[in-house]
Design a protein around this ligand. Structure first.
Ligand SMILES: [Zn+2]
Ligand SMILES: [Zn+2]
Length: 279
């Protein structure tokens, strides 16, 4: 494979999380087993086959590679991709792709789908995605991927297979859909978004923005610019029920060693074993 951009990889609970994220540089992620990606600030060659992307907001480091991605898929004779993004950005993005079409003289074909907080999209029988509100300096959202299963309703769980079959044949629905939050991706946001979306704390895997961590960085200012500080996470430590918390989007002001050392010192025990720094 052609190695055109950095990609980190982590396996967890049967999923492969791949991506890269540094503030103001580029953010792009994908989970091949779910056949979807988040943000497209860069487009690794290897990610081209993943045709469904959920974009959190239109900052360049989260979206700049969209035209290249759309054009590449067409060149490779793949299906046009489906791109979800805040509904406020649809018109401008259509215009942007048209301009690139003129510049590049290659057709830009993709399905753009505008989203707003509260929306839900069925991806397959097993998975759906919901949209939640985030708090950034431009229109922005976060996404939760849900796993769906049909389970026997509690009142039928003690019955035998034959009894259940008879009830089913009589026309009664014996099972109900159960869904669990699998992956939550916050994009860029101030921590107010955490408190407004309790499912974020319950997702098996949480990929969360953590741009700043030094105590001398003023939190009010960081929040005003729609970002999260380590102390915001520490303040809410008991709320995170996630099995894995990936901290991403660190500021370029910090060296990786500095981030690792500082966070291993300051993360409380209740979080430490579950937090993975995306470095
Ligand atoms: Zn960003
Ligand atoms: Zn941003």
């Amino acid at each position: 494979m052609l190695d055109n951009l950095p990609v980190l990889t982590h396996q967890f609970a049967g999923l492969t999380i791949e991506g890269y994220s540094r503030a103001a540089v580029q953010s792009y992620w994908r989970i091949p087993e779910l056949k979807l990606g988040f943000d497209i600030g860069g487009s690794p060659w290897d990610f081209t086959g993943t045709g469904t992307i959920f974009i959190t907001h239109a900052h360049l480091d989260h979206m700049a590679a969209l035209p290249a991605f759309v054009a590449r898929r067409r060149m490779m004779k793949m299906e046009p991709p489906t791109i979800y993004l805040p509904e406020e950005n649809i018109e401008d993005t259509e215009r942007l792709l048209k301009v690139w079409q003129r510049l590049d003289r290659g057709r830009m074909i993709c399905n753009l789908i505008g989203v707003k907080p509260g929306d839900e999209f069925e991806l397959s029988r097993e998975h759906s995605v919901t949209v939640f509100k985030t708090d950034h300096t431009v229109p922005s959202v976060g996404y939760i991927v849900w796993g769906k299963k049909r389970k026997l309703k509690p009142e039928y769980q003690t019955l035998s297979a034959d009894e259940i079959r008879d009830i089913r044949l009589s026309g009664v629905e014996v099972s109900a859909e159960q869904r669990t939050p699998l992956v939550c991706y916050t994009g860029d946001t101030a921590p107010s978004a955490f408190d407004a979306c309790s499912d974020l704390y319950l997702a098996k895997i949480l990929i969360v923005e953590l741009t700043f961590f030094r105590p001398e960085h003023k939190r009010e200012k960081i929040h005003k610019y729609g970002h999260t500080h380590l102390q915001d996470i520490i303040d809410r430590a008991d709320k995170f029920k996630n099995e894995l918390i990936i901290a991403m989007h660190f500021s370029t002001r910090y060296h990786s060693d500095h981030i690792t050392k500082s966070l291993s010192k300051r993360l409380p025990p209740v979080l430490k074993d579950r937090v993975k720094l995306w470095l």
